[in-house]
Design a protein around this ligand. Structure first.
Ligand SMILES: Cc1ncc(C[n+]2csc(CCOP(=O)(O)OP(=O)(O)O)c2C)c(N)n1
Ligand SMILES: [Mg+2]
Length: 376
């Protein structure tokens, strides 16, 4: 187990009274945290497998194959990012999304083109799913002129106005307020578009999360808040930083509709997002979706990873979202082994093209130092 400096509370059947007379719960956690246990999560997954297969059969086969391709591309692309980072091709921070692919693909591929997306610094895969070319994402990581923001943003600041992808934000929780404002603009203009606003579970401890949810419900703003609960904020586990760990439930304090979602099951992600989209489009109401996944890699490329064990990581890897989806598509007769190999080959080829493009792309011109900045 990971080392902890916080003394463990002994289990007691008595409910200790606080000095002010209020009772406190005997357990520190009220949320059924066993849902984080991969064995329990898998058992729950198998129970709803039949309905998952039903929804697979009622979804367009080409769309399903494209979803799988996007997940595989995200994985292969980021494995390559790690490789080229280690040989010094990419500098600065680099946060990988490996293990969380089902969340970006399941939710963003349920959107239409005019909807908006905003996210944190863990943004490479979300940028690609949104339609930014892998070449432009890799070149941005390389700091080259061919990057989607001309090589000036880097890993944490992917952005494309044309693709309605509004970043890539480095301040934990900062994008929650901006996303709420984007959805407010959609409502103000009178269209029925929605905003997907992604953030990690550690951002939920920030005031901006609570202020935004309150305002979104009060003003009826079509913002879909997606909390990607990957269990850790840098090296701190959620259990050491959050008093009550049922994030979906926190929405109830503000009257916001909420769902807990298995973030390793791309179809569950898609369906929960479709329900939230309908609520946003038809009734202009927000939703909070807590999607539980696991970060297979370190927080960033410079994470020494001393806060968790290899065994823990391996346990969660038994629920690899790509393998789960691949298996289900094969079971439903949607995909053959040859087709899966072709998907992998295509993803590798695309990633290689992205690397070659980035290698050959020039550095930004010196004059770029003085563009895109605030001036008097
Ligand atoms: C306001 C603020 N405080 C602290 C940091 C440093 N920091 C960067 S990432 C991070 C952890 C965030 O974890 P989480 O929200 O769970 O997202 P994840 O990295 O797991 O995707 C912290 C504390 C920051 N960038 N911004
Ligand atoms: Mg996290």
């Amino acid at each position: 187990m990971a080392k902890t400096t916080i003394p463990k509370t002994k289990k007691s059947t008595k409910r200790p009274a606080r000095k002010n007379g209020a009772k406190v719960s005997a357990t520190r956690n009220d949320d059924g945290s066993d849902k984080f246990d991969p064995v329990a999560a898998q058992a729950e997954y198998l129970k709803r497998k039949e309905s998952q297969l039903e929804s697979i059969k009622s979804t367009d086969a080409d769309l399903l194959k494209e979803m799988l391709y996007q997940m595989v591309l995200g994985r292969v692309f980021e494995q390559k990012c790690a490789e080229v980072y280690r040989i010094g091709k990419i500098g600065g921070f680099c946060h990988l999304y490996i293990g969380q692919e089902a969340i970006a693909v399941g939710s963003q591929m349920a959107l239409r083109e005019t909807d908006y997306v905003i996210t944190s610094y863990r943004d490479h895969v979300q940028a690609m799913v949104q339609g930014i070319e892998p070449e432009a994402v890799m070149a941005e990581l390389y700091g080259k002129a061919g990057g989607n923001v001309g090589g000036k943003g880097g890993s944490m600041h992917m952005f494309s106005k044309e693709k309605n992808f509004f970043g890539g934000h480095g301040i934990v929780g900062g994008q929650i307020g901006i996303g709420t404002g984007m959805a407010y603009a959609q409502k103000y203009r009178g269209d029925d578009d929605v905003t997907l606003c992604f953030f990690g579970e550690a951002a939920v401890n920030q005031g901006i999360f609570h202020e935004s949810l309150n305002m979104a419900q009060l003003w009826q703003i079509p913002c879909i808040y997606i909390c990607e609960n990957n269990r850790y904020g840098m090296g701190t586990s959620q259990s050491r930083a959050m008093s009550t760990r049922n994030i979906a439930k926190k929405a109830e304090s503000y009257g916001v509709a909420n769902e807990f979602v298995d973030g390793m099951d791309v179809m569950a992600v898609r369906e929960a997002t479709l329900r939230a989209i309908e609520r946003g489009r038809k009734h202009s109401l927000p939703t909070l979706l807590e999607m539980r996944a696991y970060r297979f890699m370190g927080h960033s490329m410079s994470d020494p990873g001393k806060y968790r064990t290899t065994e823990e990581i391996k346990n969660f890897q038994t629920r690899d979202p790509i393998e789960l989806f691949h298996e289900s598509l094969a079971e439903a007769g949607i995909i053959t082994e040859e087709e899966f190999e072709e998907i992998e080959a295509r993803a590798k080829q695309k990633t290689q093209e992205a690397v070659e493009f980035s290698e050959n792309s020039p550095l930004p011109d010196e004059a770029e130092l003085f563009t895109g900045i605030y001036k008097d």
